[in-house]
Each structure stands twice: as structure tokens, then as C-alpha cells.
Design a protein. Structure first.
Length: 559
């Protein structure tokens, strides 16, 4: 049995951050263990190829949900990274932090004021280098390099201008002072290459002698002495091995794998552990519960002008794009093409944006399948703070067997209403003058879908996950909380969870940036360092939010 100080299970968005920060202390030994392979493939490096890893299980756990009861019993895709870098190596690279009020809500939900926006913003800055320039909201020397979309395709500018014409604000930075409004989006891309946490955090730490990295190894369980985590057991090349730690086991497996590993180790609802034949170490009924995600639909139009990315869907063009990217790091391959986006409120009385847009200058699915057969464009829109809740349930004591995943998407009427509002508001935005030169017929949902029932049917049949699962090992002090506000698993010693599963509630945006922030923040807690001083940078709330659905046109609203 090997010995180390810290064992980090999972080399993903959080695990790579912790591996870097903990090994900055030269007297600390860290073992980082990952099930997946190295992240050397071109399809993980070229930003425009982000759909490729979603189509197979080479770098992807390729989970599918149980039949979703409110979605025509569809089994829906739930991809998660199974590779060095985790989901940061296969995601869409959108760098979005969420709204300041999300973190102020966390401070209440966790009972810890240090999860407020003022205390989180310094860690966003620490992690981040925004090439557009450092300011009160962005750092200038953080590991995670962020590029702002150039929005050179006229469809991006049409989307932003249409939003302003519809009465919404314009924002210069969706991660800065003002989230609400239309503007360019940031992406985790550096010099035309995906900037995953593997690139940003793990590669600089690799030469350190106090870091050991094990990959292609499946962790079977955490080993306890009493309620104290002392080791992990893992399988590799048909052999079972163990590693013992002197300080902590830190689980960074992600929203699906972290609760499964806790269950396999005897941490979870006692009655459930008995059903799968695992002796109970700690009875924690919240393990695997509280599952949340963002669901989205595509509102698509055919484009009258041949200016979309439609040619890039053809094999011959893709080969040319790959060669240009490989040899010059230029061209279509250097962007994720989610270069413009927006956050809006669906109705008056909502304090901060509850709908998010990703604009895409082609009509195609996120994973590249089922593309439209012509030039087109689309907006991905969906609710940011859904009220439906699901679960991750371990079905077997065999760690190679996938758990049952059910999100219960669209169970709650509030979520259905917000999705209908999102479609109707998107149609209004696309009807603005800015799109007149480009807008042809609506492809989806299609002009025949108008009533609430028709839009609900479209959502049930066609909506997809935005791939933001979270909250299955939530922070807090109530009976369903799994960890405290420092990620320590209730009822145990020397066991911590650090990843998106410990979010108490989902944030209003993409999850990679918040997960990295959380890992940076908790790294200081683990190391016993003083937290960074809170920021006094202000944030924007529309003054008329109680009376108006949008900022500049109080007479036009939905609902």
C-alpha cells in the first residue's frame, strides 16, 4: 500500500485545481487518481470540435438518464468527462460565472457568509486571466486563460442588436458588473486551443516531485477506520490496489460519480445502502438527492444569406478546418462559436435573470447530430433556476455499474412556464429589425406551435440538457446536506467533496467557472490559509425589476 498526504479522486475541473494548489506546499504529497485517459487527442484541443467527445465513450462516461416521466419518458444524454481535465476537456468552453445573487443565496443556504459574492469574486479573479484585460472582476495572472468572442460573423451582431431593439440592455461583460443583457461571451480558449483545467492547472504542476498522477484507474471505495477516511481502493489493469493517506481523501468525481463513490464507501441513506449490500458507515440521506440541471430548447431559423457555419457541417470542410487549425491555430477551428449570449428576466418581479441565451450561427444540435440541411441560426434558451429536482441512485455494489440518474425535468409548472416564456420572448427577439436581412422561416419549434399545450409538447419532445448537472452532495446544515461549507462530509473525518455536486443550488449560468472558483476557495481552506479579502466591486440590478420584464419597454411582457 502506497502512502501520501492527500488523495484526490478525479482529475476534473476541481481535481486539477486542487492538485496544483496543494502541491504548491513542497512538504505535502498528493496523489491524483483518474479513471480516464490523457487528454492528448486533437478533438479535445480544437475548440470547434467540442461535439466530437459527446458522440462516444472514449473520453466520456456517456451516461443516460432513466426514462424522464415529464419528457415523454425519453432517456436523455448526460455526458460527463472521463479524461484528464474531466468535463472541462469535453465541454462547450463557455466561461460564465452566474449572477452575484446566486452566491449571496449560497451564503444563506450554507449558513456561511463566506460564500457570498463579495467573498467568491476574489477567487474568480485569482483563477482567471481575461485577455481583454484585468479589472475589478477579472484577474491578469490566473491560470485559466479566457478569450472574449470576436463576434465577426454578422449574425452575432444581429443577435445583440435585436436584443437591444426588443428593449433589453447591452452588457460589455456577462461576467462583470452587469450580467443582465446582450453581449459577447467569453470562452476558455487560449491561442486557439481549449484551455481546460488540465492545461491551466495540472500541466504546470506535473514536474513537481510531490505530485503523483495515476490514470486509467477506477476507484472502488474509500476505506474507513471507524468514521475516519484513511485510504482508497482502486482497480487498474485487473489488479486491485490501495493508497493510504495521512491527511484527507478529497472526492472530486463530479455530480454523478461523487455520490456513487460515497454510497460504495458506506456513506448515504442507510436503508438504500442495505439494499445494495454495502455496510453503512454514516447515514446521510441527502447523498445523491437534490439533482439539478439546466434544460434548453433551440429556437431555429433558416438564414437567407449564406453566412452561417453550415459548410462546417460537411466532412470535406471539417478536414480543411482541422488542417488549418493544426498548422496555424487560425480559422473556424479556434472558436466554440458561442460568441454571443444574453441573460434576461422572463417576467416582472424576477430580481435577476432567469433565462440564458447561447447564440449559435448554424442550425444544429449541440452534439453535432441532426443538423438542418441549409444555412441557419439558433438561440439556445432555458430557465436558470429550475425548481424540479431529481436524484442519482447507486444500483449495485459494483463500481463499474452506472447509477440511475433521473432529473425529473419539467416536473414543476414554474419550469414549464419559464420555458414557454423563453420561446415566446426569443421569437420576439428574432422578429426585430436587426434580423431582417437574415431571417427566413422558423424551423423550430415551427409556426404551428403557438399555444401553451403546443409549446409544452415541443419542449417534452425536443429539449436537451445544457449539461450542467449539480447539487447531489449539497453544502449545508439541514438534514439533507451532505457536506459542510468547507466540503467536509458530515459525520466523517478526513473526507471532503469538492466539485459541482456540493453546490447547494444551481447557479444562473454555466458551471465550469464556478466549479473552478470553488476549488480555488476550498484549496485555501484545506491548506489553512487566510481567505482572500472580500471584494467591494458592485453589481447591477435593474431598478425597475419589480414593475418591468425588460429594461426599456414596460408595455411588452410575457405572462
Amino acid at each position: 500500500m502506497q502512502d501520501t498526504d492527500y488523495i484526490i479522486v478525479g482529475a476534473g475541473s476541481a481535481g486539477c485545481v486542487l492538485a496544483n494548489r496543494l502541491t504548491e506546499d513542497r512538504d505535502v504529497r498528493v496523489c491524483l487518481i483518474e479513471t480516464g485517459p490523457a487528454d492528448r487527442s486533437w478533438m479535445l484541443q480544437m475548440p470547434a470540435a467540442f461535439s466530437r467527445p459527446l458522440l462516444n465513450d472514449r473520453f466520456n462516461w456517456a451516461y443516460r438518464t432513466a426514462p424522464e416521466p415529464y419528457m415523454n419518458n425519453r432517456r436523455m444524454d448526460c455526458p460527463r468527462g472521463r479524461v484528464i481535465g474531466g468535463s472541462s476537456s469535453i465541454n462547450g468552453m463557455c466561461y460564465i460565472r452566474g449572477h452575484a445573487e446566486d452566491y449571496n443565496r449560497w451564503s444563506v443556504e450554507t449558513g456561511d457568509s463566506e460564500w457570498s459574492y463579495a467573498h467568491c469574486l476574489p477567487y474568480f479573479r485569482k483563477s482567471n486571466t481575461r485577455l481583454a484585460g484585468a479589472d475589478d472582476y477579472h484577474g491578469g495572472d490566473g491560470p485559466l486563460v479566457v478569450t472574449t468572442g470576436p463576434c465577426e460573423n454578422p449574425l452575432f451582431q444581429a443577435f445583440i442588436e435585436a436584443g437591444v431593439q426588443a428593449g433589453y440592455g447591452r452588457t460589455q461583460d456577462l461576467n462583470g458588473y452587469r450580467q443582465e443583457g446582450f453581449g459577447s461571451m467569453d470562452m476558455t480558449v487560449n491561442n486557439g486551443v481549449r484551455w481546460s483545467t488540465s492545461k491551466a492547472y495540472l500541466n504546470p504542476a506535473r514536474p513537481r516531485e510531490n505530485l503523483e498522477i495515476i490514470h486509467r484507474a477506477l476507484v472502488n471505495r474509500v476505506i474507513f477506520e471507524g468514521n475516519r477516511a484513511v485510504a482508497i481502493e482502486y482497480s487498474q489493469n485487473q489488479n486491485v490496489r490501495s493508497i493510504r493517506c495521512d491527511r484527507e481523501v478529497i472526492v472530486c468525481g463530479g455530480v454523478i460519480n461523487s455520490p456513487q463513490l460515497l454510497n460504495l464507501s458506506g456513506v448515504g441513506r442507510a436503508s438504500h445502502l442495505e439494499q445494495i449490500g454495502v455496510p453503512c458507515v454514516v447515514d446521510l440521506p441527502g447523498v445523491g438527492e437534490n439533482l439539478q440541471d439546466h434544460l434548453e430548447v433551440y429556437v431555429q431559423h433558416r438564414c437567407k444569406q449564406p453566412i452561417s457555419l453550415y459548410p462546417a457541417l460537411k466532412f470535406t470542410t471539417q478536414a480543411a478546418v482541422l488542417l488549418q487549425w493544426k498548422f496555424s491555430k487560425r480559422g473556424w477551428g479556434t472558436s466554440n462559436h458561442f460568441e454571443a449570449g444574453a441573460f434576461i428576466r422572463s417576467r416582472a418581479g424576477v430580481k435577476h435573470p432567469n433565462l440564458q441565451y447561447h447564440f449559435f450561427p448554424v442550425a444544429a444540435n449541440y452534439d453535432g447530430r441532426a443538423p438542418a440541411k441549409d444555412h441557419g441560426f439558433q438561440a439556445h434558451v432555458g430557465p436558470m433556476r429550475p425548481t424540479s429536482r431529481g436524484y442519482v441512485r447507486t444500483l449495485s455494489s459494483d463500481p463499474s455499474k452506472p447509477p440511475e440518474i433521473r432529473f425529473n425535468y419539467m416536473e414543476m409548472e414554474n419550469d414549464r412556464r419559464e420555458m414557454r416564456d423563453g420561446i415566446r420572448l426569443t421569437r420576439e427577439i428574432f422578429a426585430q429589425e436587426a434580423f431582417d436581412p437574415f431571417r427566413a422561416e422558423e424551423l423550430a419549434p415551427g409556426p404551428e406551435a403557438q399555444t401553451d399545450a403546443e409549446l409544452d409538447a415541443f419542449v417534452r419532445a425536443k429539449s436537451e440538457s445544457a449539461y450542467h448537472p449539480s447539487c447531489t452532495c449539497k453544502m449545508g446544515t439541514d438534514e439533507m446536506a451532505v457536506v459542510d461549507s468547507q466540503g467536509r462530509v458530515h459525520g466523517t473525518e478526513n473526507l471532503r467533496v469538492v466539485d459541482a455536486s456540493i453546490m447547494p443550488s444551481i447557479v444562473s449560468g454555466n458551471l465550469n467557472a464556478p466549479t473552478i472558483m470553488m476549488a480555488e476557495k476550498l484549496a485555501d481552506r484545506i491548506r489553512g490559509r487566510e481567505p482572500l479579502a472580500p471584494s467591494d466591486a458592485p453589481f447591477h440590478i435593474v431598478e425597475s425589476w419589480k414593475e418591468r420584464q425588460r429594461e426599456f419597454d414596460p408595455d411588452r411582457s410575457v405572462g
